[in-house]
Structure formats: structure tokens, C-alpha cells
Write a protein that binds this ligand. Structure first.
Ligand SMILES: Nc1ncnc2c1ncn2[C@@H]1O[C@H](COP(=O)(O)OP(=O)(O)O)[C@@H](O)[C@H]1O
Ligand SMILES: [Mg+2]
Length: 244
């Protein structure tokens, strides 16, 4: 059975204020798939996520949603079923865990449905359940990251875009966060795109990976094959050559 392509960048050239950051980028995410985007600092990973979300200047190329070309505008992309959790654990620090989740469901008008979704994400993240009335400023870094992800789930997305979800977390917490992401992917058949800088353990939970360097996709491979090669290391060392 062929899976449907959910979200896609085709021949994408994009950047900011006339500056080109992404060069002929082709990335696709199929329904239910977990995809990694990796690469050095400044490679353009966040720019890829922002382009899916209509937050960059598209110079040429297209964004497609379920094989239909779209002109991405953030609130419309949310309504289509895409959720974006930006870099840096951005939670509302002086609001409680529960209030943060309510804000995440801003597109949902039915109050009962909002309550139902809060209970649902609390079941996924028991740590948050225990702290539901706490102001998020009092949570640990790992808990704040869980909250940022949980908030991203409140729109019940078809696809979740996560920008460096493990930044600054201990190796043990990184494992926990990855396990949670995989669990949600399986439970909801929700596609996930995870951006990480250089974290080989990420390959344990993804199906496929793209490696970006200087705004170009230099590697597109299955997680298995990338994990067993030294290509990723060579990109970081600057000795990777597409022709090998
Ligand atoms: N808002 C912006 N305006 C101008 N240049 C930007 C902006 N955001 C990022 N850049 C530039 O785009 C390039 C890629 O950045 P980014 O996508 O954040 O890389 P990564 O996430 O891989 O570290 C960098 O050279 C960065 O300086
Ligand atoms: Mg980034």
C-alpha cells in the first residue's frame, strides 16, 4: 500500500529579505512517517520548518499539502493539521501547565473538546498531570519541553514539526522525549518531523533522514543506513562529498 504524501517542499529556494538560504530543497513527509532533519548549525534546518509554515520568503519552488500546492499562511497551515513547536521550549512561563495547554487549543471552539484533549495529553505526559496547576516557570527544563510538545498536540495535528526538542536536556531525558514522540506517532498515526543538530540516537526512532549543509540536502537516506555509515560525521567534519 502506498502511503499518501502529506507535506512536501519541491525545488524550494527560500530565505529572508532577498537572501537565499535554502537551495533547491526537496523534502517530503508521508502519512504516519517520522522524518529527521539534521545538519550543522546554520545549515537551514529551522528555515525548512519555517518554510512549511509560511514564515520565510519563498523565492521559487513549491510547498505541497496532500499533493496540492499551497501558499502557506501560519493560521491556515494550523487549520490544515500541521503543528509547529519552535526551537527553545517556548512556554508561557507565568501561566500554569493547564493554561498553556488551553492556549494550544485556541483553534478549538468547543470547551468540552478542549477539556477532553487536555486529559488526553496529560495521559501521555504523567509528569504534566501531576503539575497541572503549577506555573510553568517552576517546571524543570525537561518538563517545559514536554509541555511545549504537549501544547503542539492540542490541535490534534496530522503532522507535528519539532525544532530541536532535546536541546539542553540530559541524555536520559533525551531518551524519554524520543520515546514519547515515538509513542504519540504510533498511537495517533501522526507524522512527525524532528530537527536535531547531531544526535545519532534520533535515528533510532525515525524512518528516514535528510541531512542539510549550507542550505542544501546533501544526504537523503533511511535511518538504518545512515546510522550504520559515517556520512553524518563527515558532513560535520566538512569532508562529506556527495560523489563519495
Ligand atoms: N530571520 C532571519 N533573517 C535573516 N537570516 C536568517 C534568519 N533566520 C535565519 N537566518 C539565517 O539563515 C541561515 C540558516 O539558519 P537556520 O535555518 O536557523 O539554521 P539551523 O536551524 O540549521 O541552525 C543562517 O545563516 C541564519 O543566519
Ligand atoms: Mg535551528
Amino acid at each position: 500500500m502506498n502511503k499518501e504524501i502529506l507535506l512536501q517542499l519541491k525545488g524550494m529556494n527560500a530565505g529572508y529579505g532577498g537572501l537565499r538560504i535554502l537551495h533547491d530543497v526537496n523534502i517530503q513527509v508521508d502519512e504516519g512517517e517520522v522524518v529527521a532533519i539534521m545538519g550543522p548549525n546554520g545549515a537551514g534546518k529551522s528555515t525548512v520548518l519555517k518554510t512549511f509554515f509560511g514564515m520565510t520568503e519563498i523565492q521559487s519552488g513549491s510547498v505541497k499539502w496532500r499533493d496540492k500546492k499551497i501558499d502557506p499562511v501560519p493560521h491556515e497551515v494550523v487549520r490544515m493539521g500541521v503543528s509547529y513547536v519552535p526551537q527553545g521550549r517556548r512556554v508561557f512561563r507565568y501561566l500554569t501547565v493547564e493554561e498553556n495547554l488551553e492556549i494550544g487549543a485556541y483553534v478549538v471552539k468547543d470547551k468540552k473538546e478542549v477539556r477532553r484533549r487536555i486529559e488526553e495529553v496529560m495521559d501521555i505526559f504523567p509528569d504534566l498531570k501531576a503539575k497541572r496547576k503549577e506555573k510553568s516557570v517552576n517546571l524543570s527544563g525537561g518538563q517545559q519541553q514536554m509541555l511545549a510538545i504537549a501544547r503542539g498536540l492540542m490541535t490534534d495535528p496530522h503532522i507535528l514539526l519539532l525544532d530541536e526538542p532535546t536541546l539542553g536536556l540530559s541524555p536520559k531525558l533525551v531518551k524519554t522525549v524520543f520515546a514519547k514522540i515515538k509513542e504519540i506517532n504510533e498511537r495517533r498515526n501522526m507524522a512527525v518531523v524532528i530537527v536535531e543538530h547531531n544526535l545519532k540516537s534520533l535515528l533510532g526512532i525515525v524512518d528516514r533522514a535528510y541531512v542539510l549543509d549550507h542550505g542544501k540536502v546533501v544526504i537523503e537516506d533511511t535511518a538504518e543506513s545512515l546510522a550504520s555509515s559515517d556520512a553524518l560525521e563527515r558532513v560535520f567534519l566538512g569532508t562529506y562529498n556527495k560523489r563519495k
